[in-house]
Write a protein that binds this ligand. Sequence first.
Ligand code: SAM
Length: 305
Amino acid sequence: MEAPMHEDSIITLGDVTVHTASVPTVDTCLYNLSPAQAAFFKTQTGIDNDEDLKRHILEVQAKAYKVAPYPCIYGFGFLRLNLSNFPVYEQILQLGRERPDAVLLDIGCCCTLNHYKAAADGFPAKNIIASDIVNEFLQLSHELFKTTPASYPGCLLPGDAFDPEFLSIAAPSDDVSPVPAIDLSSLKSLNPLHGRISAINAIAFFHLFNEDKQLHVARALAGLLSAQSGSVICGFDTGSREKGIVTANVSGVEYRTFSHSPETWSSLWDGEVFEKGTVKVETEFVEILIPGIRHLMMRWSVTRL
Ligand SMILES: C[S@@+](CC[C@H](N)C(=O)[O-])C[C@H]1O[C@@H](n2cnc3c(N)ncnc32)[C@H](O)[C@@H]1O
């Protein structure tokens, strides 16, 4: 549960290694909020003034970047309304509204806004779990949104998705009966939630890991998912037309990630992780600019039928 050390010559971000010397220092010129992002942050933080909001966000960004220099912190990707742009976002909110005690898990959440946004859009916050291996990121999300455990009832749960004490692999559930409510505030790990989670957001998480570990974490998350029709896992990772290693250059740093193709990603979920024909897998290539350079990404979702 330790943050990577910047003093080392190599930093590891999941399985992605980066040389310390090549990591760029924060560039505040890249700060740029869309009107929708600005409106969201103003409502959440109570900071109305654009300059004050910028100062506040830059302070948190600097602290988060010191903890671990993820490109999404460098390029302000952690401020983007990513999940709410997903085609399945409405489906997730609907689960929160209509399925009694539906739980949303945001895994590898860093200090991003996705779970706060879902709560603001009506998903019951007491049924949201935001989890990350680095507890400091979870604490920084309180700082970013000016919340406390008392004011934001979402459960911020530190843990390593590869530690079986925290998240063990269980076969996908086939029990479609409604799941009883669970008090998330008493959770110490994700294991009591096997077969009980309605929606899992795993944006920019899988691509941190090699091929074997992506399969491992896919199985682990699948074991958490409720068998009820409409339960969904979604994510956003580096994209590739052929599966393999993808090299991306972000401000002079080379990131080598393992990327599935839409075909291999679909067959991994539909046939390997879940029994064939029991899920619908949707994938879509999206080009993003970080900063100024085009990167091919894949937006995806896996819905239980
Ligand atoms: C690139 S950030 C993604 C942040 C966020 N999901 C988003 O929407 O941009 C990856 C996050 O995964 C977390 N992480 C890395 N390895 C992990 C692990 N084994 N278990 C849980 N979280 C992990 C990191 O600490 C980091 O916050």
